[in-house]
Design a protein around this ligand. Structure first.
Ligand SMILES: C[S@@+](CC[C@H](N)C(=O)[O-])C[C@H]1O[C@@H](n2cnc3c(N)ncnc32)[C@H](O)[C@@H]1O
Length: 233
């Protein structure tokens, strides 16, 4: 693991305990709505097999498991043990049987063509070896299956953009810092989101890996975030 990967991992291990609370407050719970929408758009059905990468505290894995049911399978992976440690109790409280495993998204410990859907929410921006992760998620997904990516973007509509940027630059790092005691982590959230490629730019980057047949994208809440639906070759 290189220095930046280690820094990211340490950052998430430090905020793991307060991560869910901060997420709910900072997004006013909207991240749950976005995750449910991603699951719907993935086309997954009862009995499906899903891998959720960079699952963190497991929210997206939980949404998938609700849909695939007992006959389906959901595995959630992350490279930060402290984030993963929060997930099993949340799944158990909802009576959902989900496997959580330690794994780097850019070197997934799974054979080829295993999953109907592979997903990553608010994770790809943090992955140091991004191209490798985008390729590896396609590798473990069945041909014709979907890799679903949820990630922050940038708002382009003028007035709304100014309001959101004020919130994102000023309020979010401060409030995230108050809740977690780690203001740097929430400054990083704002800084990394501001520069992450979004919309067509990120779709082009995904297509350039040569692993996908087609990539489409859907802006959420004026472009605060995007869902990318990537069809595997
Ligand atoms: C912002 S959190 C998102 C967690 C969760 N998916 C969600 O939507 O709430 C980002 C997660 O990415 C994980 N992560 C970052 N780089 C990773 C990598 N290379 N492999 C696996 N997980 C990684 C972090 O440990 C962290 O749990």
């Amino acid at each position: 693991m290189d220095k930046r990967e280690q820094t990211i991992k340490n950052m998430f291990s430090e905020i793991a305990e307060s991560y869910d609370q901060a997420n709910s407050v900072l997004s006013l719970g909207i991240h749950h709505v976005w995750k449910k929408k991603l699951v719907k758009m993935s086309g997954i059905a009862m009995g499906g097999k899903v891998l959720d990468c960079a699952t963190g505290t497991g929210d997206l894995a939980i949404e998938f498991k609700k849909v695939v049911g007992d006959s389906g399978e959901v595995i959630g992976t992350d490279f930060c043990q402290e984030m993963l440690d929060v997930a099993p109790a949340k799944a158990k409280a909802k009576n959902l049987d989900i496997q959580f495993r330690l794994a780097d998204a850019s070197a997934l410990p799974f054979d080829e063509n295993q999953f109907d859907v592979t997903s990553i929410s608010f994770g790809i921006r943090n992955v140091e070896q991004r191209e490798m992760a985008i390729k590896d998620m396609a590798r473990v997904t069945k041909s014709g299956g979907r890799v679903m990516i949820l990630e922050f973007g940038q708002i382009r509509t003028p007035v709304i953009r100014d309001f959101y940027n004020f919130y994102s630059h000023k309020v979010l790092p401060w409030l995230g810092g108050v809740i977690s005691g780690k203001p740097k982590a929430y400054q990083y959230l704002n800084d990394s989101s501001q520069v992450f490629p979004c919309g067509q730019d990120f779709a082009d980057e995904i297509m350039s890996t040569g692993m996908y047949e087609k990539v489409s994208f859907t802006p959420l809440s004026f472009g605060i975030a995007y869902i990318y639906t990537c069809i595997v070759k």
